[in-house]
Design a protein around this ligand. Structure first.
Ligand code: SAM
Ligand code: SF4
Ligand code: SF4
Length: 338
């Protein structure tokens, strides 16, 4: 196995694979309905990587040091036969962990098959327990009740479940405490995500961010928190335990307390482009190499070059950047997943 390092000595350890650019939600912060409307040109199926192509890429990435795979989207459970893909990835020697990020609407239906196929963990996005506010945030598409049923089914199926809540000022900050209390009781780890300036369509403003500090102040109303060591180097969430030892939360603070120095994640979009940062403006077309009949050695060479030249530290640099540079046509979150 080759151990790649980028320009800041960061290894390549995690691979996030987007299996579709489509979604059944229109979260305002990700795929606003005004932009992702009925006429939006999503990728036609022939442009999307097939399961064979994804499997081949995973094998290649594992040979370059990747140990953990996360399946994302768009909404990954919209991809037909997803459990079959999980099963294929699970058979690959060297893959230590497979996780999925989902909005949970189809989890009730698929949880059992996903667990059986070898999925270990699922992160379910849920921004509020209040039906009205949730409906508002997801673009009038889904119900809290459905997502909660999906979470229950996932836990019953033996999957490790975490909940992701994006906190946006003026939208759902009043739900921080209710969400924390609810999932403390349910014994699921809730991770608060600072609203980020991904893509170009969500109209992000710094004023809309609820900071890690503000989030923690609110959660401490339930019980004091104590920091916990990360589970592994490069973990994106900072962990905290309730002092009564009844539960844990995490905060993903990519805006106010960024963590680029330990970022070991590569991302592949549904159409097979390799991105080395969530805030990338351009990717490397791996699909073309796969479909042009290139052998593994030349694909490995291409990926190695990209990683070894990587200098991304967008979040660390965010505050130094001018608004102009920030606007430079970043790739949308729904395109490469979270
Ligand atoms: N559709 C799936 C879901 O929502 O879980 C997977 C893809 S979604 C792009 C992955 C994660 O990114 C979700 O947890 C979502 O809440 C988060 N996300 C999307 N846009 C974001 C933004 N502007 N700021 C912070 N997190 C965001
Ligand atoms: Fe869809 Fe996930 Fe984006 Fe919401 S965050 S629009 S569920 S891809
Ligand atoms: Fe990694 Fe880019 Fe996020 Fe920094 S901004 S943590 S380099 S994905």
């Amino acid at each position: 196995m080759t151990n790649l390092q980028d320009q800041f000595q960061r290894p390549l350890r995690d691979l996030r694979i987007s299996v579709t650019d489509r979604c059944n939600f229109r979260c305002q912060y990700c795929m606003p309905a005004e932009i992702f409307g009925p006429d939006f040109a999503f990728l036609p199926s022939e442009k999307i990587l097939s399961f064979e192509e994804i499997e081949r890429l995973v094998k290649i990435f594992v040979s370059l040091g990747v140990k953990k795979i996360r399946i994302t989207g768009g909404e990954p459970l919209l991809r037909r036969d997803l459990p079959t893909l999980i099963e294929r990835i699970n058979r690959i020697d060297g893959v230590e962990d497979i996780a999925l990020t989902t909005n949970g609407t189809l989890l009730k239906k698929y949880a059992h098959d996903l667990a059986k196929a070898g999925l270990s963990r699922v992160s379910v996005s849920l921004d509020s327990l209040n039906e009205e506010r949730f409906f508002e945030m997801n673009g009038h598409r889904g119900k809290v009740k459905t997502v909660l049923e999906g979470i229950e089914k996932a836990a019953e199926a033996g999957l490790q479940v975490k909940i992701n809540m994006v906190v946006q000022k003026g939208k759902n900050e009043q739900d921080i405490v209710t969400m924390a209390q609810f999932f403390k009781e349910k014994q699921h780890i809730l991770r608060f995500i600072e609203y980020m300036d991904v893509g170009n369509s969500n109209g992000w403003k710094m004023d809309d961010v609820v900071s890690k500090k503000e989030i923690l102040e609110q959660v401490q109303q339930i019980s004091p928190l104590k920091p916990v060591e990360p589970n592994y180097k490069g973990e994106v969430a900072t962990r905290f335990q309730y002092q009564d030892n009844q539960g844990e939360i995490g905060v993903i603070s990519s805006v106010t307390d960024s963590f680029c120095s330990s970022c070991s994640r590569a991302r592949i979009s549904a159409e097979g482009k390799l991105y080395t940062c969530l805030f990338a403006t351009d990717g490397t077309d791996l699909r073309e190499l796969l479909r042009n009949g290139e052998d593994d050695a030349s694909i490995i060479q291409c990926i190695s070059n990209v990683w070894e030249n990587r200098t991304d530290r967008y979040s660390d640099e965010r505050n130094e950047q001018t608004m102009e540079k920030r606007k430079k046509s970043k790739i949308e979150m729904s395109h490469i997943g979270g």
